[in-house]
Design a protein around this ligand. Structure first.
Ligand code: C2E
Ligand code: MG
Ligand code: MG
Ligand code: MG
Length: 280
């Protein structure tokens, strides 16, 4: 009967829920001490300048390695850290680590090398973000152009005025602002209208099936054409095959990123693999 079904669903639901809460609690309690215990690190994935086929930048991606939990993917703990405020400390750690690395790499990769760092909406709503970035640039003796901040669409929904002001303040420092995972949020186009970006990153989901799906191909093509009309740099993420690479070359993407060129790796491995070497 209906009521019996309801009962079953209810039990099932609470079991699932307590499992979720259990995991959440477990992750959260470990997360709180992860920085102090040096369990966090930053990996770097090459960003390839399509024109020269050289590594011109790197995206910094946080990694958590816990002795009990093993490697915990960012998708499992970033949301949690955003909800409990720990993202501010994690975000600062990534910024400091990546900027120090960028300082070294600009000596070896060249003065146009940049580092891209993902910024959470929570960080963006922090009144101190712009002055903190300015201080970090000064401390690591980097020009603003050495830093790109990647922002995801979902983030920008709240506090529009504050966000716009922070973005403008960062751009005044010479820092580039990139709209990450473009095409997956609900209001991608209205963000382009509201805020001023320097770079648009096409979400991996448009690149993955390019060659098999004419519709994805046309969508990717249209996004690239639109970005160019708006004078934005375009990055294609999730490039895994030579055919996809050929496509982004032909369509005029500025940057490519994906397993074809290289997976995210620790800094020492990054230098060893990519220094003064053509990637393809
Ligand atoms: P994202 O910023 O869109 O980063 C790209 C993600 O796609 C990375 O996953 C990267 O490893 C993966 N990826 C790159 N190329 C390929 C490819 O060719 N194929 C496939 N299948 N995947 C590829 P990762 O490192 O697990 O990070 C996931 C997300 O977590 C990031 O997505 C970003 O939103 C967030 N994240 C990572 N590090 C940070 C951080 O330091 N701060 C914040 N706020 N968020 C971060
Ligand atoms: Mg990103
Ligand atoms: Mg992305
Ligand atoms: Mg993503």
């Amino acid at each position: 009967t209906a009521s019996k079904d309801k009962g079953c669903n209810y039990n099932f639901f609470t079991e699932e829920l307590s499992a979720v809460i259990g995991e959440r609690h477990y992750l959260e309690s470990h997360l709180a001490e992860a920085l102090d215990k040096h369990e966090m690190s930053v990996h770097y994935q090459p960003m390839i300048c399509v024109k020269t086929q050289r590594v011109l930048g790197a995206e910094a991606l946080i990694r958590w390695n816990n002795p009990i939990l093993g490697a915990v993917a960012p998708d499992r703990f970033i949301n949690l850290a955003e909800q409990n405020g720990q993202i501010l400390a994690l975000g600062n750690f990534v910024l400091r680590t990546a900027m120090e690395q960028a300082r070294h790499w600009r000596k070896s990769f060249g003065n146009d090398f940049f580092i891209a760092v993902n910024i959470s909406p929570v960080q963006l709503r922090d009144d101190n973000l712009v002055s903190r970035i300015a201080q970090l640039l000064a401390y690591y003796q980097l020009p603003g152009s050495a830093l790109e901040l990647e922002i995801t669409e979902g983030v920008l929904l709240q506090d529009e005025k504050k966000v716009a002001k922070s973005l403008a303040g960062l751009q005044k420092l010479g820092v580039s602002i990139s709209l990450d995972d473009f095409g997956t949020g609900y209001s991608s186009l209205s963000y382009l209208q509201k805020y001023s970006f320097d770079t648009l990153k096409i979400d991996r989901s448009f690149i993955t099936n390019l060659m098999e799906c004419d519709q994805d191909k046309e969508l990717a093509r249209a996004i690239i054409a639109m970005a160019k009309k708006l004078n934005l740099q375009v990055v294609a993420e999730g490039v895994e095959t030579p055919e996809q690479h050929q496509f982004i070359v032909e369509e005029g993407c500025d940057f490519g990123q994906g397993y074809l060129y290289g997976k995210p790796v620790p800094a020492t491995m990054f230098s060893a693999q990519y220094l003064s070497r053509l990637v393809i």
